[in-house]
Design a protein. Structure first.
Length: 186
């Protein structure tokens, strides 16, 4: 093969063009790596039928408007009482869904529980802790749509970010942002 001026120019162009494309791809990957992770969370309150979808920067958490909507959805529906919820719960739910390999679409059995409701349930013999994290806005009982309950429990246990209660007969997993501990209920 004879290297003419035209072939030399074409070869050099391909070399620099390939290097430029590789540099552009590396720059795009660096930007994507530094871009904040987005979380899309969908919660359905099984007692009220309300559904809420929110998206937020995973590290920053939901904005004030989304937090107000989440707090309302997770209220104690029995007495229509709201309470601030620990924002770390929302990030935890996103992470558990990701780790379980499912979109973050949850059915909520219980969010905030007022002290009055908690006492009433406890006195009636329901398996609720006397000093429940639900009363502090630090706990939620959920099912992850499309995910086996055991898989959600295992993801929560592996996360080691709070309490994990497994309730196979009642078909939900309790997660909270309190101290790390685990138990099995009905």
């Amino acid at each position: 093969m004879t290297w003419t001026r035209r072939r030399w120019i074409a070869a050099v162009g391909m070399l620099f063009g390939g290097a430029a494309a590789a540099a552009a791809a590396a720059a795009a990957a660096a930007v994507a790596k530094d871009a904040p992770e987005r979380c899309s969370l969908e919660l359905k309150n099984l007692h009220t039928g309300e559904v809420l979808k929110v998206s937020f920067d995973r590290d920053a958490g939901p904005d004030a408007a989304a937090i107000a909507k989440l707090q309302h959805l997770l209220r104690d529906y029995r007495v229509d009482e709201e309470h601030p919820m620990d924002p770390a719960l929302y990030g935890l739910l996103c992470d558990l869904a990701r780790d379980a390999g499912h979109p973050a679409r949850y059915e909520v059995i219980s969010g905030y529980r007022s002290p009055r409701t908690n006492k009433k349930l406890h006195d009636a013999g329901h398996a609720v802790a006397e000093h429940s994290q639900h009363m502090e806005g630090r706990a939620i009982d959920v099912r992850l749509v499309g995910c086996e309950l055991v898989r959600l429990r295992d993801a929560a246990l592996a996360a080691k970010r709070g309490g994990v209660g497994f309730y196979p007969s009642s078909n939900f997993v309790h997660v909270d942002t309190g101290r790390v501990r685990t138990w099995t209920g009905r």
